[in-house]
Design a binder for this molecule. Structure first.
Ligand code: MSP
Length: 539
C-alpha cells in the first residue's frame, strides 16, 4: 500500500433503520485497529486525534425511505428516529473503544449543502442529465438490480430473496457509461485499488459488460417517504437517491480547508455487499468531479450464522446487547481481539461461534500474552526483586531477538497489505516464541543454582530477553487491545514515549536494566468453556 503523509480511513455509513449489530461493529473496529496502527507508525498516541496526519471517519446514512416508515410506526418524525438510532451507533462504537475522529450523519447541514453543490457541479459538466428509467427494483435494498442479475436470481432480491418490482421513473441520470474505459484502466494501473484480489477480479469481470447510465434521483410525491432526502438543486420534484447522497459522505466530511489534505482517502473499508457502489459508481463520480481517487477500497467478507449473512432482516445476528454481554464477561479488549483476528477480513466468510470465542480467548489471551507476562513478571519479582537486572549478554544477537525481528517484519508487511488480522497475530507469534524459549531454557531450574558462577548472569539474560520480547509483542497487540496493553505497560514501566514510532517501539532493546516490573493482576482470567454463552443468561 503506497505510503502517504496523510492517512484517511473510512467505514461505510450505516443505515439507521435498525440497531447496530456485530456486522457494523466489525467494520468499525477493524478500521479502528488500522487507525491506531497508523497513529503508532507515525509516533502518535493511539487515541482519537493521536496524530494529526491520521483521520478515521464513521457515521450514519439517514435518508433511506425506511426511516420514514419506521419512525411513523413509532409515532416520531424521521429526524427524531435518526437522532435516536444514530446515537445507538455512536454508543455502540464508544463501548467498543473506537477512536474515530468524526462521526458524520447525512442529515447534517454540512453534508447536505456540499452534496447539493457536488450535484450542481455534475449537472454543469453534463455528467448528470434528466431522462426515463425502467428496471428491476429491490424495495428492501432501495436499489435497482441489472437485468442480468435479476434473471440470475429468478427476479428475486439477491440479498433478501423478496420479489423484485418492475419500475419506470423520470429521473436524473449519471453518465456512468462514459467512464467505463477509465475505470478499467484505473483498476489495471492500480492493482491495490480494490482488495482483496478476489473482489478486484469480481469487479473487473463485471466491467466486461457495458455500463449503463444510472438514475441518481427519485421523484418527490405525496407520501412523506418520498420527501425524505436532499432535494435536487433547482428541482423540488426530485430528491437525490439515498445511495448517491451517502457515497458523498466520504468527501463532504473532509471538504473543509483544514481537512482537504486528507483527500484522497487511503482506505475505504466496506464489506462485499456494497462493492459495486464503491468500486464503480463512486470512483466514476469522483472522476466526473475531477477529484483524486481513493487509493484502496478494501471489501471484507461477511460474518455469517447458519451459513447466511448475518443481518437484521434475516434475524440471524449477534446484537449489540450480545456483544456487550461478552465484553462484560471477558472485557472489551477480548471482544476487539476476537473481531480483529478471527473476522472475515479476507475473501472468506466467518461463522460466529461462542466456543470459538472461548478457544481463542484462552489460547491467545489467558494462556497466551496473559500467562506469559505473569510468568515472566513473577520470576523477575522473585529472583531480582522486581527490577530488570543488569546483564551484559542481552543483545540483538540473542535467539529471541531474531524471532522477534521476523515477527515484526511480517506484521509490518501485513499492515501494508491491510491484513490487520495478520499484523495483530505477529504479537501472538512472539508470545509462542517466548513460551518455547522458557520451556527450553528452564529459568525456574536455573534459579535453584543462582549462587553458582555465571548462573545469575544467565538467568538475568533469559528473563530480560523474555520481557523484551513480550514488550514488543504487546506493541503489536495494542492497536486491538489498547486498554489491556496499557495496563501491562504501566506495570512494566514501558509505555511508549511521545514521538516513538512503531518501528522504534519494535526495535530490540527497549527494556532497560533497572526498570521496575510490578507483578500486577493477571491480564486475562481463564474462561470456563462450560459456562453458557454470555447474553443467553446474563441479559
Ligand atoms: N448505508 C449503506 C452504506 C453506505 S456507504 C456510503 C449500507 N448500510 S448498512 O447499514 O447496511 O451497512 C452495511 C455495512 O455494514 C457492510 O458493508 C459492512 O461494513 C457492515 N456489515 C453489515 N452486516 C455485516 C455482516 N454480516 N458481516 C460483515 N459486515 C457486515 O449498506
Amino acid at each position: 500500500m503506497a505510503k502517504t503523509e496523510h492517512f484517511y480511513i473510512s467505514t461505510p455509513i450505516y443505515y439507521v433503520n435498525a440497531k447496530p449489530h456485530l456486522g457494523h461493529c466489525y467494520t468499525t473496529v477493524i478500521a479502528d485497529v488500522a487507525a491506531r496502527f497508523q497513529r503508532l507508525l507515525r509516533g502518535g498516541s493511539m487515541a482519537k486525534g493521536g496524530h494529526g496526519s491520521v483521520f478515521f471517519l464513521t457515521g450514519t446514512d439517514e435518508h433511506a425511505d425506511k426511516v420514514v416508515t419506521a419512525g411513523a410506526a413509532k409515532g416520531v418524525t424521521p429526524q427524531a428516529w435518526c437522532d435516536i438510532h444514530a446515537a445507538e451507533f455512536e454508543k455502540a462504537f464508544a463501548a467498543l473503544d473506537c477512536s474515530h475522529d468524526d462521526f458524520i450523519r447525512t442529515t447534517q447541514d454540512r453534508h447536505k449543502s456540499r452534496v447539493a453543490e457536488y450535484i450542481r457541479r455534475l449537472q454543469q459538466s453534463r455528467d448528470i442529465y434528466l431522462g426515463d428509467y425502467t428496471g428491476w427494483y429491490d424495495p428492501g435494498q432501495e436499489e435497482y438490480v441489472t437485468e442480468t442479475a435479476a434473471k440470475e436470481h429468478n427476479y428475486l432480491s439477491p440479498v433478501s430473496g423478496q420479489p423484485l418490482v418492475k419500475r419506470t421513473e423520470r429521473n436524473y441520470f449519471f453518465r456512468l457509461s462514459a467512464y467505463q474505459d477509465r475505470l478499467i484502466e484505473h483498476m489495471q494501473r492500480n492493482p491495490e485499488s480494490v482488495l482483496p484480489e478476489a473482489r478486484r477480479n469480481e469487479v473487473l469481470g463485471r466491467l466486461r459488460q457495458p455500463l449503463q447510465d444510472i438514475p441518481v434521483s427519485r421523484a418527490v410525491g405525496d407520501d412523506p417517504a418520498s420527501r425524505w432526502g436532499i432535494l435536487m438543486p433547482d428541482d423540488p420534484g426530485h430528491r437525490i437517491y439515498v445511495w448517491i447522497d451517502a457515497l458523498f459522505n466520504y468527501l463532504s466530511a473532509m471538504d473543509t480547508p483544514e481537512r482537504r489534505a486528507f483527500w484522497p482517502a487511503q482506505v475505504h473499508l466496506i464489506a462485499k455487499d456494497i462493492l459495486w457502489f464503491h468500486a464503480v459508481i463512486w470512483p466514476a463520480m469522483l472522476m466526473a468531479l475531477g477529484e483524486a481517487l481513493p487509493r484502496v477500497l478494501y471489501a471484507h467478507s461477511w460474518w455469517v450464522m447458519g451459513e447466511r449473512k448475518m443481518s437484521k432482516s434475516l434475524g440471524n445476528f449477534v446484537s449489540i446487547e450480545d456483544l456487550a454481554a461478552y465484553a462484560e464477561r471477558y472485557g472489551v479488549d477480548a471482544v476487539r481481539w476476537f473481531l480483529a483476528t478471527q473476522g472475515p477480513l479476507g475473501a472468506t466468510d466467518s461463522e460466529w461461534s461462542y466456543s470459538k470465542f472461548v478457544e481463542v480467548y484462552n489460547a491467545d489471551l489467558a494462556n497466551g500474552i496473559g500467562n506469559s507476562t505473569s510468568r515472566v513478571g513473577n520470576m523477575i519479582a522473585k529472583y531480582f526483586d522486581g527490577v530488570l537486572p543488569e546483564c551484559a549478554s542481552s543483545g540483538p544477537d540473542r535467539p529471541l531477538a531474531g524471532a522477534c525481528a521476523q515477527a515484526v517484519t511480517a506484521s509490518m508487511a501485513s499492515l501494508d497489505r491491510f491484513e490487520i488480522d495478520e499484523a495483530c497475530r505477529g504479537g501472538i507469534r512472539m508470545v509462542t516464541a517466548v513460551d518455547g524459549y522458557i520451556n527450553q531454557t528452564e529459568p525456574f531450574r536455573l534459579a535453584k543454582r543462582i549462587g553458582e558462577p555465571g548462573v545469575r548472569e544467565q538467568l538475568a539474560a533469559i528473563l530480560t530477553d523474555c520481557a523484551e520480547a513480550l514488550r514488543i509483542a504487546s506493541v503489536l497487540m495494542a492497536p486491538a487491545m489498547p486498554t489491556k496493553m496499557a495496563e501491562l505497560w504501566r506495570n512494566w514501566n514501558c509505555a511508549p514515549k511521545s514521538g516513538e514510532t512503531l518501528a522504534d517501539l519494535c526495535t530490540w532493546g527497549g527494556m532497560r536494566p533497572g526498570t521496575k516490573i510490578i507483578k500486577g493482576d493477571p491480564l486475562f482470567m481463564r474462561a470456563d468453556p462450560a459456562l453458557p454463552e454470555p447474553g443467553a443468561v446474563d441479559s
